[in-house]
Ligand binder design. Structure first.
Ligand SMILES: [Zn+2]
Length: 139
């Protein structure tokens, strides 16, 4: 496991506004502490530096693991990279359809699938938060 200093952890959390940079849940409404995630994993030679780190809820982080791509089964079964919170704009790849997050690009589709944005637990939380205006935590 790679050491991430408390200062770096704070910088990542502040930059993200304590919001999961993948699924847009707020840490304030979560039931657990969010993780500082390597966008490109250390095993792929990703740096432990601000531009390769993001704040992630445990569901996104644990589903992503060290993955950097997946297979787009809805199109040509190509290997497609995952959403990159530092380089991509969320709205370019995802949209909300009620409580569901839809991938509107190949990058969006594989990320929704791999990170399980629409698993039962995420849908239940999102439905609750949508009623109170607590989702998404960033626009
Ligand atoms: Zn998340």
């Amino acid at each position: 496991m790679t050491y991430i200093s408390e200062r770096l952890r704070q910088q990542v959390a502040e930059r993200a506004g304590n919001c999961c940079e993948y699924c847009l849940y707020s840490e304030a409404f979560g039931r657990s502490v969010f993780h500082v995630e390597h966008i490109i994993a250390v095993k792929h030679n990703g740096a432990t530096a601000l531009d390769n780190l993001c704040l992630s809820c445990p569901v996104c982080n644990l589903n992503k693991g060290s993955d950097i791509s997946s297979i787009d089964w809805d199109a040509d079964q190509a290997i497609v990279r995952l959403y990159h919170p530092r380089r991509d704009v969320w709205q370019d790849h995802f949209q909300l359809d009620g409580k569901h997050v839809q991938g509107i690009t190949a990058v969006g589709r594989v990320t929704v699938f791999l990170l399980q944005f629409n698993c039962t637990m995420q849908l239940e939380r999102r439905e609750e938060l949508l009623k109170t205006g607590g989702y998404p935590c960033r626009k």
